[in-house]
Design a protein around this ligand. Structure first.
Ligand code: EPU
Length: 423
């Protein structure tokens, strides 16, 4: 398995490009199943999760290509039974469910199984599909869904932790081909759902209320091919932003569409971060001594994203005072805390809150990435720490950050990848 060796006390400088959004790419690729004509996506990040999704689509019978950040998928003759061997590699495989039902009237998708960031049920996806007229059974670990006709209806998608992002994507895709009008209440408002709506509109769908918690979809008889450019990855953006602050670096980021930022810039500004808007976008000159501790809770968009929680924890280890970071979306998504602790961070976990006593000196250590975002926070800590850090299991990071090592090295970081015989 691969690990990276990171030289600490890095001072980074330069311009970084932000890739297309992984969490847009996955449901949008799945939506290609809705038509037998080609769907072309551009600005697609070259990531393992994207390759898994393309493999799944090929398994279902699609023709696919992926060259230079452009995918082309043609779902001419497909079936609805993806294999467990593929599905278990990625939870976002569930995004195939809605499009397959809409296109074929049936799908049999193995449940993806456990996830290190916490419980990830799909009850809301299934309830929504049932309301559209699907018969759903779970048999031998497989979701078996079938419908002779999908009928437009009212669906409430709110759960204990708010709405569901991939659940909204599934119901939205299924509703585009249902008879009549579907109203989704408590739909997810994440920019990735807006991006999906824009692709679906380009394919001929009729959707109103885009970006709001109430989506109104008038079903159509068929959808056609389309081309669409993915939005930038707001989580990658936030990661580089916080990295600049944490390592006292000067990183030039592209402009950030306020529709993508949500609470991120507001919270950083409240904490005392300053940046310069210039012709190229946003220049972050990291000065963590001017930062104040934060008290924040992760929430659905536009609240502070759970996918930036680990990175914020890493940053706050370097900020004088006590920060309290509460996780509402995945209450046990704190695997990074003990690894940061091994580097000298002073963090106490109280239920679903991390209480961070900041301004400790981090020292390099061998540490292990447990998931994608935890991995990103460990890179940040390694770059800020004294001495050398080895991050193991970097395959997690490769799932969601395009060319992270390369981008960091271009900014002046010293990062070396190697086959680790110790894991
Ligand atoms: N939930 C339910 N029932 C459901 C579905 C979700 O109770 O049927 C709960 C979940 O347990 C969770 C909350 O609702 O507490 C939100 O889950 P959601 O379904 O929105 O998550 P997701 O769609 O599975 C996407 C992203 C995640 C991101 C979450 C939250 C993709 C492919 N994944 O997951 O991204 O954390 O939304 O914003 O879009 C990541 O990129 O690192 C990542 C984990």
């Amino acid at each position: 398995m691969q690990s990276v060796r990171i030289k600490g006390r890095a001072k980074l400088q330069g311009k970084v490009a932000i890739s297309g959004s992984k969490n847009s790419g996955l449901p949008l690729l799945a939506a290609s199943l809705l038509t037998d004509e080609p769907v072309v996506l551009t600005n697609v990040p070259q990531l393992n999760d994207i390759r898994f999704m393309l493999q799944l689509l090929e398994f279902l019978g699609c023709e696919t290509t992926f060259e230079q950040n452009q995918t082309r998928v043609r779902a001419l003759k497909i079936h609805g039974n993806p294999s467990y061997e593929l599905v278990k590699q990625m939870r976002a495989s569930i995004c195939l469910l809605g499009p397959l039902i809409a296109r074929l009237g049936h799908a049999e998708i193995p449940l993806p199984g456990g996830c290190v960031i916490g419980q990830r049920p799909i009850d809301l996806h299934l309830r929504g599909l049932q309301k559209l007229g699907c018969d759903i059974r779970i048999q031998n670990g497989v979701v078996c869904a079938s419908a002779t006709h999908l009928r437009g209806t009212n669906i409430f998608l709110g759960g204990r932790q708010g709405s569901t992002v991939t659940g909204t994507a599934n119901i939205l895709c299924a509703a585009t081909r249902a008879k009549g009008i579907t109203t989704i209440q408590s739909a997810a408002c994440e920019p990735e759902i807006i991006d999906l709506c824009h692709l679906l509109l380009a394919m001929g769908a009729k959707i109103e209320g885009i970006g709001s918690p109430t989506l109104i979809i008038e079903g159509v008889d068929s959808l056609h091919g389309a081309s669409h450019r993915l939005i930038p990855d707001r989580i990658e953006y936030g990661t580089f932003f916080m990295l600049a602050l944490m390592t006292r670096s000067a990183i030039q980021l592209p402009p950030l569409d306020p529709c993508l930022s949500g609470a991120l810039l507001y919270i950083l500004e409240q904490s005392g971060a300053r940046w310069e808007e210039n012709a190229d976008g946003i220049l972050v000159r990291g000065d963590r001594s001017s930062l104040n501790p934060v008290e924040l809770t992760t929430l659905p968009f536009p609240g502070f994203s759970t996918d930036l929680q680990a990175q914020m924890c890493a940053l706050m280890t370097q900020v004088e005072g006590v920060s309290v970071i509460t996780e509402r979306i995945y209450p046990s998504r704190f695997m990074h805390i003990s690894e940061l602790g091994r580097m000298g961070a002073d963090i106490l976990l109280e239920g679903s809150s991390a209480i961070i006593k900041g301004a400790t000196t981090l020292s390099g250590a061998p540490i292990m990435a447990s998931d994608l975002r935890a991995g990103a926070s460990l890179y940040m800590a390694g770059l800020a720490a004294e001495g050398e850090t080895i991050v193991q299991r970097v395959y997690h990071v490769d799932r969601g950050y395009e060319k992270l090592d390369e981008k960091l090295c271009q900014l002046g970081a010293e990062i070396e990848r190697f086959d680790d015989k110790n894991i």
